[in-house]
Write a protein that binds this ligand. Structure first.
Ligand code: ADP
Ligand code: ZN
Length: 531
């Protein structure tokens, strides 16, 4: 051993060997641990699976007193505490799932200085009774896990996290460490402000997950596409399939099961007992697929998740990154696979418009969605785009392990096609005072005399049939990309199409519209009615 290393180092390292059985620290772990052991505040930004837990567990073991861990993941506390106890760490938790006697025991252990780590839910920590209890014991460090829950933006916001700012006032001498896997600058700033951590040192790990292969395929028949993907590449592997609605979670799980793939559903509408059973089967069994809404996954620590599949578009890159990040924590090759299509764009745009929140909230939601859409539509390296979004310079520029690197998409000059689609929307609006959804616009472009086209006399429009040079699938691709690029907008509960400010420049021929070519296969696979 290095005899010149400071004592703190060797104690932390000895704890890593002795308690956790690991040979060396990973990435920023050592720097974080040294800083916190020495009494400094820290903000730790590390991707999921990066090893955040040790960053507070080791300081809690090395410093005198009990480390208090604030975590919103009540369902996982028992597991976390059991895992620590199995390693000989004196750990306990306090949350609403506990009986009175059990809590009493933990309180007594804490007061007697017999706990290394105490896990608490944020709603419990803010109670006077809890604060008084904590004041009567000795605390080594406060760890605030999933710290992005304090950020007002995002689906994980927990109002109870706001009261955590008082920890610094009440315990000025106890170091605080906030940890999150959410990485944007705006979130960092919100965390430091709201948790009152102005002098915390920031430790930012690389967000690159080189073993994850990112792929986004055009959506045609998503369940079948998923099945083919699993059969071709992930037979017998454990993985997570994310769907937007509970209904599609159920149907997808049934579909996979019927096709010989072991799959269980998970969503907030299921019985708590069923959810817990499915979660623990996923953690314990090999090769189980969980089909889930985003209710599943925060805090799930399963190293050998070989794939994460999205059948619906996530609302933001943050969500996509966090969800896909659950794949390949063991560092072995894994796949992040998503099927994405026109209806995803329309659906998400509609959700934002009809959703709650004021104008500013909607604008932010739209900006998050735009970034996600840009990732879907890019012809550049996906990993590069992801890292750039998180403020990290991608290196090398093309990763060689994403679909756009492996098979660079062809692009074409879609200016004329864009003009045709936009003129159709304009004609309907100006000449008829009407707005329609994508299906009708495409039928008009293709010159299809469907019942609805006849009903509205749309075969009399001058634009009727001007788009017969492209297939239906190609038109869906054009409309989808126009929506993604902000050259078309979605309105109202029916998702009718309307122009944006930017549309004018295309109609006036002031700008070109480069588009990604749609792969032939899924377009041809669509059944075509009419003609
Ligand atoms: P996070 O909370 O950042 O998602 P965890 O703390 O759960 O990540 O760690 C992810 C996995 O990596 C765990 O299985 C953990 O035991 C393992 N791990 C963490 N640090 C090390 C290390 N220094 N050496 C070996 N394995 C580690
Ligand atoms: Zn790439």
């Amino acid at each position: 051993a290095d005899s010149e290393a400071p004592a703190i180092d060797s104690e932390a390292l000895a704890t890593l060997h002795r308690v956790f059985g690991f040979g060396a620290f990973r990435g920023e772990q050592q720097a974080v641990i040294e800083h916190v052991v020495a009494g400094g505040d820290a903000l730790v930004l590390m991707p999921t699976g990066g090893g955040k837990s040790l960053c507070y567990q080791i300081p809690a073991l090395v410093r005198p007193g009990t480390g208090v861990v604030v975590s919103p993941l009540i369902a996982l506390m028992q597991d976390q505490v059991d895992a620590l106890r199995a390693l000989g760490v004196r750990a306990g938790f306090m949350n609403s799932t506990q009986g009175f006697d059990e809590r009493r025991t933990v309180e007594a252990e804490f007061l007697a200085g017999e706990l290394d780590l105490l896990y608490l839910a944020p709603e419990r920590l803010r109670l006077d009774a809890t604060l008084n209890l904590l004041s009567r014991g000795k605390i080594s460090v406060f760890a605030i896990d999933e710290a992005h829950c304090v950020a007002q933006w995002g689906h994980d916001f927990r109002p109870d996290y706001l009261s955590l700012s008082l920890l610094g006032e009440r315990w000025p001498d106890v170091p605080r460490i906030a940890l999150t896997a959410t990485a944007t600058r705006a979130t960092h700033q919100e965390i430091t402000e709201r948790l009152n951590l102005p002098t915390a040192r920031h430790f930012v790990a690389s967000f690159d997950r080189p073993n994850i292969q990112y792929r986004i395929v055009p959506k045609a028949d998503p369940k079948k596409q998923l099945l083919a993907f699993l059969r071709e590449e992930h037979t017998g592997d454990a993985g997570i399939v994310y769907c937007l609605s509970r209904n599609s979670v159920e149907r997808t799980a049934e579909f996979l099961t019927a096709n010989g793939i072991a799959a269980v559903p998970y969503h907030a509408g299921l019985d708590a007992a069923v959810r817990a059973a499915h979660q623990s089967r996923f953690l314990r069994e090999e090769g189980l697929v969980v089909v889930a809404t985003i209710a599943f996954g925060m805090g799930i620590d399963k190293p050998d998740v070989r794939f994460v599949a999205h059948l619906d578009l996530p609302k933001s890159i943050e969500g996509y990154y966090q969800e896909t990040g659950r794949a390949g924590r063991d560092g072995l090759p894994s796949t992040a696979w998503m099927a994405y299509g026109l209806n995803d764009v329309i659906q998400q745009r509609k959700l934002i418009q009809s959703g709650e929140g004021d104008e500013a909230f909607r604008r932010r939601a739209a900006a998050h969605l735009d970034a996600m859409l840009a990732l879907c539509e890019t012809a550049q390296c996906r990993r590069g785009q992801l890292l750039a979004y998180f403020g990290q310079d991608p290196e090398p520029v093309a990763c060689g392990n994403c679909d756009t690197c492996l098979t660079p998409p062809e692009t074409w000059d879609g200016t004329v096609a864009a003009q045709k689609a936009l003129s159709t929307v304009v004609r309907l609006q100006r000449e008829r005072g009407q707005k329609f959804g994508a299906v009708q616009i495409i039928d008009i472009l293709l010159g299809k005399r469907t019942a609805k086209v006849i009903q509205f006399d749309h075969d009399q429009l001058s634009v009727f049939g001007i788009g017969q040079d492209l297939t239906e699938g190609e038109w869906r691709g054009v409309i989808r990309q126009l929506l993604a690029q902000g050259l078309l907008a979605v309105e109202g509960e029916y998702g009718t199409l309307t122009l944006t400010e930017a549309s004018g420049s295309v109609l006036r021929r002031e700008r070109e519209v480069p588009l990604r070519k749609e792969p032939k296969k899924p377009a041809a696979a669509r059944s075509r009615s009419g003609s």
